[in-house]
Design a protein around this ligand. Structure first.
Ligand SMILES: C=Cc1c2[nH]c(c1C)Cc1[nH]c(c(CCC(=O)O)c1C)Cc1[nH]c(c(C)c1CCC(=O)O)Cc1[nH]c(c(C)c1C=C)C2
Ligand SMILES: C[C@H]1O[C@@H](n2cnc3c(N)ncnc32)[C@H](O)[C@@H]1O
Ligand code: SF4
Length: 467
């Protein structure tokens, strides 16, 4: 297997065709497996674990440990065809106003269950498009959050921003509410690609948005890009990357396009014949990674890049990188409270997801009930498997010593899985006690390898392709 030695640094661009052939044989281009933003993944959640479990978990929180809060705003002014996020288009602000009021009512329901004096260490507003809110709505929601959960020190507040749906007044409102980090959607700047995903966005408008955010004192700025979009070519992605570099972001997320039209109906608008094929997609990802590393970004996990001084890189070097529903994070807080439709809360005891459809969510809140609708109670084995999967997704290895410190003798139940993984991916995974490691050439397989540790998820059409 000479190709294994072809490039120990993991510069995939230099890989030979035999490597690709090998990865293909192992199933890289056919497997459909989760992206493991949680374990178990949301499709496994059950309605047997809902609001009463949520109440118990909330009541048992330790008030001396600050929590993280995620607020979901499921509205957009435009609906991009490629998007798999839970959101709906609206031309009127009335449903947004109604939703913000419901979220504030949900906070009141939280207060009945949460211990007094609980503080918030992190706040993230995502969506959808949080910047669809007017400054008045931003202040109303911000004030309600602060009243329910005063900010701890340190406090980070990040917001997902659509550069075409924001203005100076909205940024000023967010800054006044304490925003410290921002993430802006770009995806691709090429007009051909933008046309094919129903998302028009000029470089100039994006630059203006970045300038406003920097002027407002934002020091941690993320941009989202996607590879594998229709009509995307290496030349077009190269141009997009140079434009993104000119924006001087601290982080760049480069997600693989997840084409799941059976789940995300709006993706039926995407012309499948224009999608890059498996190999083209693979090369797009590797080409982009190579360029970003060359200009000094550190590669974080499967789809993030960060400047070496950014907190995500710092967390990676300190082996404190974590994975949550937004992707990679430096947030080490064990508790995440999810506010709004479809939001997921993570407790030590397990996960709870709020009612997904906005109408169902509003109905629950109007009836004065917590919105928890489905979830999963964590067994000790779930926690162990989840930690192993998180280590793989964050570090491309499993440190068995660390697992043993946390879980004791139970770690031995993973033994047969390690053996199976070593057999299934020969030469690409090694076990030198105490570390099971994926070789640089095997990294594209990480979701498939993680799947071996997953006791719940069958291969299925509802997941995106492993590559
Ligand atoms: C901002 C939009 C969101 C993205 N992900 C989520 C939101 C709110 C949250 C989310 N994504 C998935 C789940 C299920 C649980 C899990 O798999 O861990 C949740 C709660 C999974 C998922 N995400 C995408 C797809 C196609 C799926 C289904 C299963 C899978 O393929 O793993 C697409 C997708 N959504 C987002 C990204 C970045 C992305 C693809 C890269 C954003
Ligand atoms: C929140 C971020 O999620 C990414 N995103 C949204 N939908 C998809 C998808 N189907 N595939 C990959 N990434 C996606 C976009 O980059 C967006 O900005
Ligand atoms: S990419 Fe952003 S703006 Fe576009 S539909 Fe998805 S959430 Fe809305």
């Amino acid at each position: 297997m000479s190709w294994l030695k072809s490039d120990a640094s993991g510069d995939l661009l230099k890989w030979g065709m035999d490597t690709l052939t090998h990865l293909r044989k192992l199933g890289l281009f056919s497997a459909r497996v989760p992206r493991y933003t949680s374990y178990p993944t949301a499709p496994v959640f059950s309605t047997a674990t809902g609001a009463s479990f949520q109440t118990k978990c909330m009541e048992r929180l330790d008030p001396s440990e600050p929590v993280s809060v995620y607020v979901h705003i499921p509205f957009c002014e435009r609906l991009c065809w490629f998007c798999a996020c839970r959101t709906q288009g609206t031309t009127s602000l009335a449903p947004v106003e109604r939703y913000v009021d419901a979220s504030i009512a949900e906070l009141d329901l939280w207060r009945d269950a949460l211990p007094e004096d609980l503080r918030m260490g992190r706040l993230h507003w995502g969506g959808g498009t949080p910047t669809i809110m007017t400054p008045a709505m931003i202040h109303k929601l911000g004030a309600a959050l602060r009243a329910a959960l005063p900010a701890a020190a340190p406090f980070e507040f990040s917001v997902e921003i659509d550069p075409t749906a924001v203005d100076a007044a909205k940024i000023a409102a967010l800054t006044a509410e304490g925003m410290t980090r921002a993430s802006i959607g770009i995806q691709d700047f090429a007009p051909e690609v933008q046309g094919a995903i129903g998302r028009e966005q000029s470089f100039e408008a994006t630059q203006r948005c970045v300038d406003m955010l920097r002027d407002a004192g934002i020091t941690s700025l993320n941009t989202d890009l996607v590879y594998g979009l229709p009509h995307q070519t290496e030349e077009r992605l190269a141009e997009t990357i140079e434009q993104v570099l000119a924006l001087n972001a601290d982080r760049i997320a480069l997600f693989g396009y997840a084409h799941v039209p059976t789940m995300a109906k709006r993706q039926t608008l995407v012309d499948e014949t224009a999608l890059p094929d498996d190999e083209a997609r693979f090369h797009l990802a590797n080409f982009a990674a190579l360029r970003l590393r060359k200009v000094g970004f550190e590669q974080i996990g499967i789809d993030h890049f960060a400047r070496p001084d950014d907190s995500l890189s710092v967390a990676k070097r300190a082996k404190k990188l974590k994975r949550n529903f937004q992707g990679y994070t430096d947030d080490t807080c064990p508790t995440l409270l999810g506010l709004g439709a479809s939001s997921i809360s993570r407790f030590r005891q397990g996960y709870v997801q709020n009612a997904s459809a906005t109408a169902a969510y509003l109905k629950r809140i109007d009836a004065g009930q917590l919105a928890g609708h489905r979830g999963h109670f964590h067994t000790a084995e779930d926690r162990l498997r989840g930690r192993a999967i998180e280590m793989l997704m964050c570090e491309f290895h499993i440190d068995l010593d660390i697992l043993e410190e946390e879980f004791g003798a139970m770690v031995s139940i993973l033994g047969p899985i390690h053996d199976a993984v070593l057999r299934k991916f020969p030469g690409l995974v090694s076990l030198r006690e105490p570390v099971l490691a994926i070789a640089p050439q095997g990294r594209p397989l990480v979701r498939m390898i993680a799947h071996c540790y997953d006791a719940y998820t069958p291969y299925g059409v509802n997941y995106s392709k492993a590559s």
